[in-house]
Ligand binder design. Structure first.
Ligand SMILES: Nc1nc2c(c(=O)[nH]1)N[C@H]1C(S)=C(S)[C@@H](COP(=O)(O)O)O[C@H]1N2
Ligand SMILES: [Mo]
Length: 203
């Protein structure tokens, strides 16, 4: 980096943090709240989670059924396209792999659309979606996530910009081919890799 010459040399701890920050990101200690529209009011009695689209047989889970799925925790960093990064939180929920045991994908499925309350959506390739660390989360650092952070359930795909991690998740639609989700229709990148600064689709 050309401007490093003018900067104080980082100490070891600062360097370790800097190495984990994708280009153009800064560290935040507090977890910011960011979304379009209002925080939905959710009634767990009528809440459901749907897996449909290109699957042999669509599945719909009640909240009670969802809570019975095996759970685990993952420590991971998240990066928002508005440039904050939150390092080292411990996220708890149901692994994507666990949810995928409930359906058989139809031939030709290549992408998934995450559907959330109020029509929010985000698109992912199956390669990005089926990664080991991905989850459907409802707990962070041992505490249930607040409604403004997506309670009762949000997607968690930490290797991509955080807009892909839809809050108030209600379903997954498996697709043949890609389709832009909510922010992607407004010009955000179809993939959103923070290490490549895939912020806008037209870059
Ligand atoms: N349903 C829904 N999920 C959403 C959004 C949204 O507008 N609606 N915004 C996304 C964006 S742009 C970001 S950066 C993260 C922010 O999550 P946080 O508020 O928990 O930090 O949520 C993502 N998930
Ligand atoms: Mo974001």
């Amino acid at each position: 980096m050309a401007f490093n010459f003018f900067r104080r040399k980082l100490n070891e701890r600062e360097q370790a943090v800097a190495d984990r920050l994708p280009p153009g990101q800064y560290l935040t200690e507090k977890w910011p709240v960011l979304h379009y529209g209002n925080v939905p009011r959710v009634d767990l009695a009528t809440w459901s989670f749907t897996l449909d689209g290109l699957v042999k047989k669509p599945v719909q889970l009640t909240y009670e059924e969802f809570k019975k799925l095996p759970r685990r925790t993952v420590k991971a960093d998240v990066h928002c396209v508005t440039r904050w990064s939150l390092l080292d939180s411990e996220w708890e929920g149901v692994a994507v792999a666990e949810v995928m045991k409930l359906v058989e994908l139809g031939p030709g499925a290549t992408h998934v659309m995450a559907h959330a309350e109020h029509g929010f959506s985000s698109n992912l390739s199956l390669d990005d979606f089926l990664r080991d660390e991905n989850m459907l989360v409802d707990v962070r650092n041992g505490e249930p996530i607040a409604p403004e952070h997506g309670w009762p359930l949000r997607l968690f795909v930490p290797h991509l910009y955080f807009w892909k991690s839809a809050k108030w998740l209600r379903g997954l639609e498996f697709m043949h081919g890609d389709r832009p989700g909510f922010w992607e229709q407004y010009g955000y990148h179809m993939r959103g890799d923070p290490w490549r600064e895939e912020r806008n689709g037209w870059q």
